[in-house]
Each structure stands twice: as structure tokens, then as C-alpha cells.
Write a protein that binds this ligand. Structure first.
Ligand code: DER
Length: 234
């Protein structure tokens, strides 16, 4: 049922936003797979001309596997619409991303797009970030600094864990060659823990490349709920 929700959300977003002659940011994760399926179908059926900018090696593979035109920010720095998933999102469209470890390029692509659209199944909806996604805010860090950063995060009251790889020995290494610390602060509410404030605090720590708090970035969200409806947040 989750996959059905992901598919419905993905199709609704692509059908609502994708037009001819667009530069499209392609996110990472599992929900985006449905969006690229639908995008490729529409490009073929409607003979659309699009350029796709990836947010990870996974996105590059998806674009190539569907024979979609692969571009990058050097060739097409202005993105019309970026579509991506989320690990948890609140009604104001703030979200936690990075469950798939691709948050750095995802945030760059989202930032450089005119319209950033989230797609997700209903399990991602939340009243407060950190209450349903309890694995922590993903934070990409320069490897040589991960221990002092981990200690600083613990000093802020978080449980901070270095993300270990599952299909290789040792830490997870991102597409950019860095490590990820997952820092769980509990519910992100209150002055210092409000998502916007926390994002700034985290990104100021030397050695932090970026964090998985996307605040004030998404303009819309399509959520495929269990009951078969698609909630369109704008
Ligand atoms: O890692 C990420 O940011 C992904 O976009 C993630 O947040 C969404 O992954 P999913 O579509 O597999 O749930």
C-alpha cells in the first residue's frame, strides 16, 4: 500500500508540473523511481524535450536507464522544477531528508530550482519533525572531523551516530566522499530546536557540509495516502 501511495504521489506531481522544454531536478530514494517512470512515459508519449539534473549516482542511473537526457548544473544551472522524496514532513512543508544519504546534492538542486516539489506516501506526514523519523537528522560531515562534531552534537543533547555502511565494511561514504552522522534531538520544537534555527546552527559547525533539514524550500507536496487519495499541499 505504501508503494501505491508513492506511485500516486509521484504521478500526480509529474502530471501537474512537467511541461515541454523544462530542466527537471531528479531526486533520490524510492519514491522518485515512480516519478522517473512517469516522466519517461510522458516524454515518449508527448515527445517532450527535457533536461534532467541528478542529485546522486542513483539518480544518474535512473536517468540513463530511462534514456532521458542527462544534464548537470554546469550546463543547466537554472532548474524549472525539482522533484524529490522526504523522510518526514510537516504541514508547512519543512522536512527531514537524507535517509538515503543524498541530502547534499539534493539540497543544492532544490535550492537552484524555481519550484521544489515533495512526493511521499502518507507515512511521511508528521506534526513535528523528529517524532516519526526518529533515526536522526542526517548530517554530512568531512571525515576528519566526525568525532569532534559527534561530541558537539551530543553536547547539544542529541544522540549522534556515525552511519555505518550495510554493503561494505566501515562507515557509509556519500557520493561526495564524506561521512554521515545521524543526530536525533527528539521533537524539533522550541527556540533552539525549531527546524530553521537548528539547520543554521548545524551548518555553522566547521566540518559540516550540510544537514537534512529542508526548511522553507518545498513549494508543494503530493502525498499518496493509504485510503487512495492524494493530498496536495501548496
Ligand atoms: O534521502 C533522501 O532524502 C530521500 O529523498 C528520502 O528522503 C526519501 O526516500 P524514499 O522516497 O525512499 O522514502
Amino acid at each position: 500500500a505504501k508503494d501505491a501511495g508513492k506511485l500516486r504521489a509521484a504521478y500526480a506531481a509529474v502530471d501537474r508540473h512537467v511541461k515541454d522544454k523544462q530542466v527537471i531536478g531528479i531526486g533520490s530514494g524510492s519514491t522518485i523511481v515512480f516519478a522517473v517512470d512517469r516522466l519517461a512515459e510522458r516524454v515518449r508519449e508527448e515527445n517532450l524535450t527535457v533536461q534532467c539534473v541528478p542529485t546522486s549516482f542513483q539518480a544518474i542511473q535512473l536517468i540513463r536507464q530511462h534514456n532521458l537526457p542527462l544534464s548537470d548544473l554546469s550546463a543547466t544551472p537554472k532548474i524549472d522544477v525539482a522533484i524529490d522524496g522526504a523522510d518526514e514532513m510537516t504541514p508547512d512543508l519543512a522536512c527531514i531528508k537524507g535517509g538515503g544519504g543524498c541530502l547534499v546534492q539534493e539540497k543544492i538542486v532544490a535550492y537552484n530550482s524555481d519550484t521544489f516539489v515533495l512526493i511521499a506516501d502518507g507515512s511521511k506526514e508528521s506534526d513535528a519533525l523528529g517524532t516519526k523519523w526518529t533515526r536522526g537528522v542526517p548530517i554530512e560531515v568531512i571525515p576528519m572531523a566526525y568525532v569532534p562534531i559527534q561530541k558537539q552534537l551530543e553536547g547539544m543533547g542529541a544522540t549522534a551516530k556515525l552511519r555505518m555502511a550495510t554493503s561494505k565494511a566501515g562507515p557509509c561514504v556519500t557520493d561526495n566522499g564524506n561521512f554521515i552522522i545521524d543526530a536525533h534531538f527528539g521533537a524539533l520544537q522550541g527556540d533552539s530546536l525549531a527546524p530553521a534555527a537548528l539547520e543554521k546552527t548545524l551548518c555553522m559547525i566547521p566540518g559540516v557540509v550540510d544537514c537534512g533539514l529542508f526548511v522553507g524550500m518545498a513549494k508543494e507536496a503530493f502525498i499518496g495516502r493509504e485510503d487512495g487519495t492524494v493530498m496536495h499541499y501548496t
